[in-house]
Structures are given as C-alpha cells and as structure tokens.
Ligand binder design. Structure first.
Ligand SMILES: [Ca+2]
Ligand SMILES: [Ca+2]
Length: 172
C-alpha cells in the first residue's frame, strides 16, 4: 500500500492503481478533463479575461463548423475528382458513389440505391449554380453541406421533412 491522492485526500491504495503523479485513475482522468477544458476555454476566450461570453462561444462554434466543412470537402474532393481536372462532374460523383450499384442494378440486398442516387442527383443539380452538371469547389461544398448555403435551403427543408416523417413512422 502507498499513500496517494484520491478525491482530494490522502488515501492508502495498492501500488498498481496509482500513477507516477501519485493519484488514482479516476482523479487522473478528472485532472486531464479539467486541463483539456482549460486549453479549450483559452482558445474560446478571445479577450483573455478568464470568462467565456455567449458571443465568444458562438464565434468559436461557427469557426469550428467552418473548419469541419472545409476539411470534409477537401477530404472528399480528392476521392471524387477522379480525372484530377479540378472539378467534379455528376458522372464522377455517381460512378464513385454508385459504381457497384450501376454494375448490378438489382442486388440481392434490399437497400434502395436507386432512390439514394435520384436524391443525390437532385441535390447535385440544385448545388450546380451554372447548370453545367459539373461542380466547382464551391458548388461541391453546397452539395455536401447544403445547410451552409441559402440557395440550398429548400433541399434542407425537404431532408428534414423526410427525416421527421421517417422518425415518426419508426416510433409509432
Ligand atoms: Ca474532375
Ligand atoms: Ca457547375
């Protein structure tokens, strides 16, 4: 038995549950969580006054959301721009996403790829502002993240209606 710090007091504990800093696992976890929170708060607290205002938190959430959207688009861009011409055509997207289904339109499983493809095509057309059926990076971002674009709001509303309808069917 060694004397260690646990839950704010010195406690006798078996050596195998203590760590080099002399605290038990649950306290180590708690200390790490507090330190992580302090690091995050220091990033959110723009004026460094030790407090996070609603405005600072809102700005941080928006920044984190933009970062997520940017990273997601960059990651998927590499996958879908098959011919590396700096644009993504509907054919490229469709072939990468639904190539297996297109090769075998009547698979044994009942998953409805046809319906998904029709839905994706409608969203792709809506995101494709100039109507050439080829997505620039901005158009592809609108396709992947319609919630970020005003001109895509109709598709977001439609998605939410379908989502809530399916949720109500499953729960009823
Ligand atoms: Ca391309
Ligand atoms: Ca286009």
């Amino acid at each position: 038995m060694v004397t260690t710090w646990c839950h704010g007091k010195n406690t006798k504990m078996p050596p195998m549950v203590t760590y080099s800093v002399g605290a038990c696992l649950c306290c180590i976890t708690f200390i790490r969580a507090v330190l992580s929170c302090r690091i995050i708060v220091s990033k959110i607290d723009l004026d460094n006054d030790g407090f996070v205002t609603e405005g600072e938190l809102t700005a941080w959430i928006k920044k984190a959301q933009r970062r997520y959207v940017y990273d997601n688009v960059e990651r998927q861009w590499q996958e879908f721009d098959v011919n590396q011409d700096g644009q993504i055509s509907w054919e490229e997207y469709r072939n990468v996403t639904y190539g297996t289904y297109l090769d075998d339109p009547d698979p044994d499983n009942s998953f409805n790829y046809k319906q998904m493809m029709v839905r994706d095509e409608r969203r792709f057309k809506m995101a494709d502002k100039d109507g050439d059926f080829i997505a620039t990076k901005d158009e592809f971002t609108a396709f992947l993240h319609p919630e970020e674009y005003d001109y895509m709001k109709d598709i977001v509303v439609l998605f939410l209606k379908v989502f809530y309808w399916k949720s109500s069917v499953i729960t009823s």
